[in-house]
Design a protein around this ligand. Structure first.
Ligand SMILES: Nc1ncnc2c1ncn2[C@@H]1O[C@H](COP(=O)(O)OP(=O)(O)O)[C@@H](O)[C@H]1O
Ligand SMILES: N[C@@H](CCC(=O)OP(=O)(O)O)C(=O)O
Length: 378
C-alpha cells in the first residue's frame, strides 16, 4: 500500500458524480417511502448542480415502495410478485423524485436499464448518448434497473453493481454509495471489535474484512456488493465513497468532506471503455463456445478476434448477436457478442466432422471489438 496515499478532504471540482441511494435509506421502518430523505437528497443534488457538478442518481426502492401498496408486508421470494411490486413502486417513487426535484428547479429524468441491452453495441451507444444529452441539458437522470421486465440480468438484485456500471457508462469521476451504515467496517458494525475503515487504496487489501453480515430486510446486497461495486468502479478510474445516507448533508453539502465519515476508495486504474465491462460483468451469457489452444492464445495473448477454425464445440441455443462465453482448456476466458447463431455454428462443426466443404465463412465468430476478457480465477 503506498504509504503516502491520503484521503481527499473535498469532492473533486466540477466532477461527474453518480450517487446511489439504497432501498434501506429510502424507506421507513414501517415500509413506507421516506419522503424526507428524498427531499434531503434532492436539495443536495440541487446544491451539487449549482457548484458545477453533473449528477446521476441511481435510486433503488421500487420493490420496497410497491409492497405496501399491493398489501404485501414482506419482500416475497417469487420473481413475478417482486416484478409486480417493482412496477407499482417505481412509478410511485419516480413521482416523488420528480416532485421533490422540480420544486428545487431540477428536471428529473427516469432511465430504466437492463444489462443485456446496454451490452449490445447500438443500445450501448444509444444509452450513452441519452445520458450525455440529459446531462448536457442539466437534467438529473434517475436510474434504476428495469425491474418489471429484467428477470435475468441483475435478477432484481442490488443496485450497487448497476451504479458501478453506470459510472463507467458516463465516465464518472466519483461514485457515492449511500446506505444505512457509516461506510465499510472491518466487520458488521456493532459486532465485536468492528472498526470503521476510512481509506482504501487498493481493494485487494480487504481480504480480512468481513462483509458477510446480512444487511437490512429491504436492501438486497449488503456490504459485499458495495465493496464489489467500489472495486469495479475504482479499477476503471472512478473513486468511490461508501457512506451513511444520514451523513449525506455533511458529505455533500459543504466545501469539505469530513475525514471521519464514510469510506473513501481511491481509483486503481484508468477509465476504460464501458461496453465491454457491461458484457463482462452484467450480461447473462446465452451459451458458450469451446475453443482450441491456438484460438485461446489468439484471444488472450494475441488480443485478436475469435475465428471459426478455432471453435471446437458449442453449448446452448442462442441467436446471432447474443452474449456468449469463450471457454478454453484452462477454463473461462472471455465473453463477447457472437455473430453466428448456435445452429449456424453447429452446422459448420458438423460439416467439418463429415469432411464436407463448409460455406466460406469469413465473419469472425466474435469480433475483437465485441470481446471482453475475464480476469482469471483460481
Ligand atoms: N463489514 C461491514 N461494514 C459495514 N456494513 C456491513 C458489513 N458487513 C455487513 N454489513 C451490513 O450491510 C448493510 C448495508 O447493506 P444493504 O442493507 O444492502 O443496504 P442498501 O439498501 O443501502 O444497499 C448494513 O446495514 C450492515 O449491517
Ligand atoms: N431495483 C430494485 C432492487 C434494488 C435494491 O434493493 O438494491 P439495494 O438498495 O442496493 O439493496 C428496486 O428498486 O427495488
Amino acid at each position: 500500500m503506498p504509504g503516502s496515499a491520503r484521503r481527499p478532504d473535498a469532492l473533486p471540482e466540477r466532477a461527474r458524480i453518480v450517487l446511489k441511494i439504497g432501498s434501506s435509506s429510502l424507506t421507513r421502518p414501517d415500509g413506507g417511502l421516506d419522503l424526507n430523505r428524498i427531499d434531503v437528497i434532492s436539495a443536495l443534488v440541487a446544491g451539487l448542480r449549482g457548484r458545477g457538478h453533473d449528477v446521476v442518481l441511481v435510486a433503488s426502492g421500487a420493490v420496497a415502495a410497491g409492497l405496501p401498496t399491493l398489501g404485501m408486508v414482506q419482500r416475497p421470494a417469487e420473481l413475478r410478485l417482486l416484478q409486480a411490486a417493482a412496477s407499482v413502486g417505481q412509478s410511485r417513487i419516480m413521482g416523488r423524485w420528480e416532485a421533490s426535484m422540480s420544486v428545487r428547479g431540477l428536471v428529473a429524468a427516469q432511465v430504466l436499464l437492463t444489462a443485456h441491452d446496454v451490452a449490445v453495441r447500438d443500445h450501448y451507444r444509444t444509452v450513452r448518448e441519452t445520458f450525455d444529452a440529459l446531462l448536457s441539458m442539466g437534467a438529473v437522470p434517475v436510474v434504476n434497473e428495469n425491474d418489471a421486465v429484467a428477470n435475468t440480468e441483475f435478477n432484481l438484485g442490488d443496485n450497487d453493481y448497476l451504479a458501478a456500471l453506470v459510472s463507467h457508462l458516463v465516465t464518472a469521476d466519483l461514485l457515492i454509495l449511500f446506505t444505512d451504515v457509516d461506510g465499510l467496517w472491518t466487520a458488521r458494525p456493532g459486532s465485536a471489535g468492528a472498526e470503521p475503515i476510512r481509506l482504501v487504496t487498493d481493494p485487494a487489501h480487504l481480504a480480512s474484512v468481513d462483509v458477510t453480515g446480512r444487511g437490512s430486510s429491504l436492501g438486497t446486497g449488503g456490504m459485499r456488493t458495495k465493496v464489489q461495486a467500489a472495486t469495479l468502479a475504482c479499477s476503471s478510474g472512478t473513486a468511490t465513497i461508501i457512506a451513511s445516507a444520514a451523513d449525506a448533508v455533511e458529505i455533500l453539502g459543504g466545501a469539505q468532506v469530513p475525514q471521519d465519515k464514510g469510506t473513501w476508495f481511491l481509483p486503481t486504474g484508468p477509465h476504460r471503455p464501458s461496453r465491454r465491462l457491461w458484457m463482462a460483468h452484467a450480461s447473462l451469457p446465452q451459451g458458450r463456445v469451446l475453443v482450441d489452444d491456438g484460438a485461446a492464445q489468439a484471444v488472450t495473448v494475441g488480443k485478436k478476434s475469435l475465428l471459426l477454425p478455432g471453435v471446437i464445440g458449442v453449448d446452448g441455443d442462442f441467436e446471432s448477436g447474443s452474449v456468449i462465453e469463450i471457454v478454453g482448456a484452462t477454463g473461462l476466458l472471455a465473453r463477447g457478442i457472437c455473430r453466428y447463431s448456435a445452429a449456424d455454428l453447429r452446422e459448420v462443426l458438423e460439416a467439418r466432422r463429415d469432411g464436407t466443404p463448409a460455406p466460406d465463412h469469413v465473419t469472425p465468430v466474435i469480433h475483437r471489438d465485441d470481446l471482453a476478457e475475464l480476469p482469471r480465477t483460481a
